[in-house]
Design a protein around this ligand. Structure first.
Ligand code: ADP
Ligand code: MG
Length: 260
């Protein structure tokens, strides 16, 4: 497996802050992996996602390096898709679903409006949105939270990016819908051999399908490694606490699967 991005000594400090949100992070992202970034609220997960996507707010100070195997940073929307916790922050309330998915497609794939519409409809079918024809003409508020998140995934994947970052993409959804969206993401990412960076505060959710986990606390990387290994033999006390606090994790799912 080849390295997609080497993150070295990365620190990020937001404007007006004295403490860094990310503190000297070293992490490799491997092409095609499903990497889970796990940590409590405020541990720096979204900051890492924004730094990787080149989407830090103005005034944020970045030190260290991100070396991309391609030579340059990925272009958000085209090379890298982003799905957020709250799809209302990525969906425009005054545009129909069709208009906004098609707009992204048109811009990044240089298609005509007509072609972009057809492609957008295909994407809505791929994320298994119910009644995709009707949804094309609907506004975001007319859909349920789970359906809106399917639209956000369709929009993020429309330009066929090689990398998908899902930042707490299922955290606002109820358990059943959450499981559906996770399994949809898993399927789409496998199909397209995409690299997935799955950000969550829920170690149980991550353990189900991530190849590798990276545990964050207070802007620092506590430890990283293959999911089964970190969950069965965590090196750091903090990781043990996280695992212990998740009652379903006494037998990590991946290890259970691997058992004869
Ligand atoms: P997480 O996603 O793990 O909850 P964040 O990356 O959002 O963590 O935040 C890490 C730290 O940076 C927190 O202390 C948070 O308050 C701070 N922070 C996040 N965004 C900003 C911002 N735009 N300006 C100032 N501080 C911020
Ligand atoms: Mg966050």
């Amino acid at each position: 497996m080849s390295t997609l991005c080497e993150i070295r000594n990365l620190s990020v400090t937001y404007r007006g802050q004295t403490l860094p949100a990310l503190d000297h992070i070293d992490l490799d992202i491997t092409t095609g992996e499903r990497l889970a970034i796990i940590g409590e609220s405020g541990s720096g997960k979204s900051t890492l996602a924004r730094a990787v996507a080149g989407l830090l707010p103005p005034g944020a100070k970045l030190a260290g390096e991100m070396r991309w195997s391609s030579g340059g940073s990925p272009l958000p929307g085209r090379d890298l898709g982003f799905v957020f916790q709250d799809p209302s922050s990525s969906l425009n309330p005054v545009l129909t679903i069709g208009e906004q998915v098609a707009e992204g497609v048109r811009r990044h794939l240089r298609l005509s409006w007509r072609e972009a519409y057809a492609h957008a409809l295909k994407m809505l079918e791929r994320v298994r949105l119910s009644q995709p024809d009707k949804a094309m003409r609907a506004f975001p508020h007319q859909l349920s939270g789970g359906q809106r998140q399917r639209v956000a995934i369709a929009a993020a994947l429309a330009a066929k990016p090689g990398i998908l970052i899902a930042d707490e993409a299922t955290s606002a959804l109820d358990m059943v819908v959450q499981a559906e969206i996770v399994s949809l993401l898993d399927e789409l990412v496998r199909e397209a051999s995409m690299t997935l960076i799955f950000i969550t505060h829920d170690i149980g959710l991550a353990s189900g399908f991530a190849n590798r986990v990276a545990i964050f606390k207070d802007g620092r990387l506590v430890e990283a490694g293959p999911t089964g290994l970190v969950l069965s033999s965590p090196r750091e006390a903090y990781t043990r606490t996280l695992i212990a606090s998740h009652r379903d994790l006494t037998t990590p799912p991946l290890i259970r699967e691997a058992a004869p």
